[in-house]
Design a binder for this molecule. Sequence first.
Ligand code: DGL
Length: 270
Amino acid sequence: MAVGIFDSGLGGLTVLDAVAKRLPDLPLVYMGDSAHAPYGVRTPDDIYNLTTAATQRLFDAGCDLVILACNTASAAALRRMQEGWIPTDKRVLGVFVPLIEALTERQWGDNSPPREVNIKHVALFATPATVSSRAFQRELAFRAIGVDVEAQACGGVVDAIEDGDMILAEALVRSHVDALKRKMPDPDAAVLGCTHYPLMADAFQAALGEDVKVFSQADLVAESLADYLQRRPEMVGPGTDSGFLTTGDPDQVSSRATQFLRRQITFDAA
Ligand code: DGL
């Protein structure tokens, strides 16, 4: 029995790590499409085609449930996948909804009408494709009223992380936070709307200041998956082996992943 976790590259490892801690007995197959990362500068059609190919690879590995641990794919491809591509015996879940439920103080699946919430000014940091999809604002509008969202497209950060250049990634984070603050000087909360960004969480928090509550997805997605599997245990697929698959160079990707998660991670070619 295995659950699939997909990202364009290494960012979804932040979600995998949280899921592995929350559900230690659950076999997980990770798929990172490093050969095609970053997705955040691609067109919606391109993102859809790459995401469906990677998801199919996870179905083939015995996963009936796949988490798109990638905001860009969740924003640009998931709805289209759900409209006709996903076979009826499989499920694909994105990473936006658990985050927005946390931000809007809702329990899982609370579909009551939108209402006022405590948070009024939200800074969203995400890839250019996620920002231009406006998926975050759309999901938020279903659940909350009166929340002002200022989005900052953080060009370059995913490339720097994938290349292991954390000094560049940190400098870019500081400059994106400065740009955001010129548009919204005092956000109450910041959303790290890209699964790569928790790897830079300290840099975001330092640049934003201690008063800004920073929401990142890993633990929220892990909690929501645990809840989902309690209600739908049959969605854990027939695969029994955990593993890490990449479309990139397995040696290079393994060494970066090992550095990020501070434990040995060995990728195989997808
Ligand atoms: N981790 C992906 C996300 O959450 C990064 C996308 C990219 O490859 O640009 O959006």
